[in-house]
Ligand binder design. Structure first.
Ligand SMILES: [Zn+2]
Length: 337
């Protein structure tokens, strides 16, 4: 049923944000399978004693209930949120009341090599160099304490797990700009009298001159943190630099002429989706217009109050992995697969 040479390791991968499973399991005793699901998801799982069939299935991106239906076959189950929080999965043959036995967690590492992923899509780990811009201008000078890299990268990795790509942040370094006069021009963009149209027209030119051309451009991934930007979609990938530029505070505004700062969105720090999207650009993916996709155009979302989606199509995954195999970001004329 699973092809002639399905020798790949079994794996159960749970994506908590999308509530989907990627699964590759053959002839596994039910209780062991449920134990792995418990350790991956944190669900409470209750089973009817004595159920000992073997289960198996192979698929990607199936919602939790659909995934369980496919794996459990003729067994019955209920998958419900608990009043006290979390989720309860109950598996039974006849009557739900006969499900009385709590399933013990089974560590996947020892039983299955779940982190290796499918044989045809082996895990690619990509180090990312992190830079904090140093400047005498408040708008530029990044604050070491204002960005928590761990949840930022955890969320990004959760999204990119479906391509079996993993990003690891290097120890942060300081970065100084390449052009002092551009720093001033950038800071001046925040003056209250500067029209939005002027900002949109000049911000990119100023940033391109202000940021250095890194010697390993196209050979390593870089994320540069800047304190804030007067106009941006949360972050931006600069293909000619091979840099994801990420403001720590979104749309901070200058509220009086002496330079008193009002911070923008405080939820910004949690927006790993934005980093995942910009990393998508750095992996050569262009914008798409399909709702729910990670690479949906930021302008289509503007004003709608919704963040980018997290879906990736098989074609996007293939394209991103091809770029990832070069170990560097997409920089036209310097690095493309
Ligand atoms: Zn974009």
């Amino acid at each position: 049923m699973f092809g002639l040479c399905a020798e790949g390791a079994d794996s159960v991968v749970w994506h908590p944000k999308s509530r989907t499973f990627d699964l590759r399991v053959r002839n596994l005793p039910l209780e062991k399978f449920l134990g792995i699901v418990k350790s991956e998801t944190g669900w409470e799982i209750i089973v009817e004693p004595g159920m000992d069939q073997l289960v198996g299935a192979e698929f990607n991106n199936k919602l939790a209930a659909d995934a369980m239906r496919l794996v459990l076959g003729k067994s019955r189950f209920s998958l419900l949120p608990r009043l006290e929080g979390g989720t309860r999965l109950t598996v039974y043959a006849g009557n739900i009341l006969s499900a009385t036995q709590e399933v013990e967690e089974v560590e996947q590492e020892a039983e299955l090599s779940g982190n290796q992923g499918p044989v045809d899509n082996p895990l690619i780990t990509l180090p990312i160099k992190i830079h904090y811009l140093k400047s005498r201008y408040v708008s530029i000078n990044a604050d070491l304490k204002a960005t928590n890299l761990r949840p930022l990268f955890a969320g990004t990795n959760e999204i990119w797990k479906k391509a079996n790509l993993r990003f690891v942040a290097d120890r942060p370094q300081q970065m100084v700009s390449a052009d002092m006069s551009m720093e001033k021009e950038f800071a001046d963009l925040f003056k209250p009298e500067v029209p939005k149209a002027y900002i949109r027209q000049h911000q990119s030119r100023i940033l391109h001159k202000m940021l250095p051309n890194l010697p390993d451009r196209g050979k390593a991934f870089h994320v540069v943190l800047i304190y804030t930007m007067p106009d941006a979609f949360g972050a931006v990938y600069m293909p000619s630099k091979g840099i994801v530029l990420m403001p720590q505070v979104k749309f901070a505004g200058l509220i009086d002429e002496k330079g008193v700062w009002k911070d923008g969105s405080p939820v910004f720090f949690a927006q790993s989706n934005i980093l995942a999207h910009e990393i998508g650009h750095s992996l050569s993916l262009p914008h798409v217009s399909s709702q729910g996709n990670l690479m949906i155009d930021g302008r289509l979302r503007e004003g709608s109050g919704i963040g980018p989606g997290i879906e990736l199509t098989p074609a996007q995954i293939q394209m991103a992995r091809k770029q990832a195999q070069t170990k560097g970001p997409y920089v036209p004329g310097v690095n493309s697969p």
